[in-house]
Design a binder for this molecule. Structure first.
Ligand SMILES: O=P(O)(O)OC[C@H]1O[C@H](OP(=O)(O)OP(=O)(O)O)[C@H](O)[C@@H]1O
Ligand SMILES: NC(=O)CC[C@H](N)C(=O)O
Ligand code: SF4
Ligand SMILES: [Mg+2]
Length: 499
């Protein structure tokens, strides 16, 4: 990892002869989101937050931070890079207190810079407030201008600070009213955790785009329980915290000396949780939106096998995100599953940070074929998504070069035709291969023998089947039907419009 970070872009590009448009591939990536974490009432709150962030590292690798409160003050520490690179024992010792919140970031609004790292701490007339946010606010221009006219001085260029500035400028008398009032004024996606010197708040936007769960660690020897909030429940397991429930869409939860209280700041809109969390972002060992991700992905694979099965000798996942769907596909089809592509786990994503002009020859470095499993075989490759198609193209070539007789590509979600404005950094419409090409054209481009995607009905079925109360999902990246009114017109113009 250290060696990679020390490579300059010049050294990387000089050393490798790039094929096709490999040089641009880091822009093809589906960028992750952010992970948030909060602990109430634990003598080692910062350390528990650190462990939680470790489990949420897949949601953002650009920067991380922890703020802790000891009843008197809020201390915070933030840095660029992975949580393991930022937080050591001496660093954690500088974060005393029983309350803490933490964040791991992949930027969606504002540069990837220390300035925009979270938690963001603001001193206001209501006291010190720190916030950590997963999601992306839309239609910010007017709110920011209005706040600036009212005398707000922004410390960052991220969307998240709007929320704390709205709280700081709210005319309500109690802090909880100020928070509820402010959350009612912003549009878009937010799963947030906030803290003051002695309270923790957790809230989700009314559509419930991003996940946020609440758990509890039972107190020992008659001590009070510890409350935990995390983007994904995989963060609870390491802390021996028990999942209690989700923070509901439009809900604001407060934990204080008086216990847990809750109120709704908006119950007017329909739930539209991000279906792509189930497809790609969240870990399969997490329960999000009240449902195990593993269960959804397995069913995506099974449904894909039923919808577009093809005779083959082996099912090969594109690791890591394609693995669970491939297991489902293999069980349903009866075709053996095997790891025909091996992932090098030491290729970290710090290597492809957006503002570094580091050119990505990452696919060949990250994935390598297992010739012994592929030679002479009819192979079905399972991946979760195709964005520009350049990665799939390289993988298909790689598998064929390793001796595969046929290569069939199956994708465990529908074609991605529209960008996301709610916290997932997909490219604009003109760069999404499926927005500008037919499935047959994409098949030709990636050089597969056949290509099929899971249907929209199939993905929704996979994320709801067996649930007593199925949640409503946002599927806008497959349909273009956005749950909020605001979209960036430039971003949704088709490729032909820019020609
Ligand atoms: O259109 P493409 O350029 O082919 O992009 C899509 C690929 O990128 C993502 O994986 P990623 O490499 O981010 O890694 P992961 O699956 O290990 O999370 C996604 O899961 C696809 O594999
Ligand atoms: N990906 C995210 O959830 C990012 C949160 C916030 N919009 C930021 O850019 O910092
Ligand atoms: S547009 Fe796609 S990625 Fe964005 S919130 Fe909706 S389903 Fe998720
Ligand atoms: Mg992948």
């Amino acid at each position: 990892m250290i060696d990679e970070l020390e490579l300059t872009p010049l050294q990387v590009t000089d050393a490798i002869e790039l094929e096709d448009n490999e040089a641009d591939d880091h822009f093809d990536k589906l960028r992750e989101e952010c992970g948030v974490m909060a602990i109430y009432n634990h003598p080692d709150a910062a350390r528990l937050t650190y462990w939680g962030l470790y489990s949420l590292q897949h949601r953002g690798q650009e920067s991380g931070g922890i703020a802790a409160a000891d009843g008197e003050d809020i201390h915070d520490l933030k840095g660029m890079g992975l949580v393991s690179e930022i937080f050591t024992d001496p660093v954690l010792a500088k974060l005393p207190g029983n309350l803490a919140i933490g964040h791991t970031r992949y930027s969606t609004t504002g540069d990837s810079a220390l300035l925009n790292a979270q938690p963001i701490k603001v001193e206001s007339t209501k006291g010190l407030i720190a916030i950590a946010h997963n999601g992306n606010l839309v239609n910010l221009g007017t709110a920011r201008e209005r706040l600036e006219r009212d005398g707000a001085i922004f410390q960052t260029t991220s969307d998240t600070e709007i929320i704390v500035q709205l709280i700081a400028h709210s005319k309500h008398t109690t802090l909880v009213d100020c928070i509820a009032d402010s959350l009612g004024q912003v549009d878009g996606a937010f799963s947030i955790v906030m803290m003051t010197r002695n309270r923790i708040f957790a809230a989700r936007d009314p559509h419930g785009f991003r996940p946020l769960s609440m758990g509890r660690i039972p107190g020992v020897d008659g001590m009070p329980d510890t409350f935990v909030f995390a983007s994904e429940t995989c963060a609870f397991d390491l802390l021996h915290a028990k999942y209690e429930r989700d923070v509901e869409p439009g809900e604001l939860v407060m934990v204080s000396e008086d216990g847990v209280t809750s109120r709704y700041f908006n119950r007017e809109v329909q739930q539209a949780s991000c279906i792509f969390e189930h497809v790609y972002f969240a870990r399969p060992d997490s329960k999000i939106f009240g449902r195990w991700v593993q269960k959804s992905r397995d069913e995506m694979g099974r449904t894909l096998a039923r919808e577009s099965g093809v005779p083959a000798d082996v099912i090969v996942p594109v690791p890591d995100s394609g693995v669970t769907a491939a297991i489902g596909y293999a069980s349903e089809s009866g075709i053996p599953f095997n790891f025909g592509l091996i992932r090098n786990h030491y290729v970290g994503r710090t290597f492809i940070q957006p503002e570094q002009r580091v050119r990505d020859f990452g696919v060949r470095m990250k994935l390598n074929p297992v010739r012994a499993l592929l030679e002479g075989k009819r192979v079905i490759l399972i991946d979760d998504s195709i964005i520009r198609g350049t990665t799939s193209r390289k993988i298909v070539r790689m598998v064929r070069a390793a001796g595969a007789k046929e290569v069939h590509m199956r994708i465990s979600c529908p074609p991605t035709i529209s960008p996301c404005f709610y916290g997932v950094d997909t490219p604009s419409t003109r760069d999404l291969i499926a927005a500008n090409n037919s499935i047959e054209q994409i098949r030709q481009f990636i050089e597969a023998d056949s290509l099929a995607y899971l249907s929209l009905e199939g993905v929704v079925h996979s994320c709801t089947t067996g649930d007593a109360k199925p949640v409503g999902y946002c599927t806008a990246c497959y349909t273009g039907n956005y749950p909020t009114q605001w979209v960036d017109v430039e971003e949704i113009l088709p490729a032909t419009a820019s020609a």
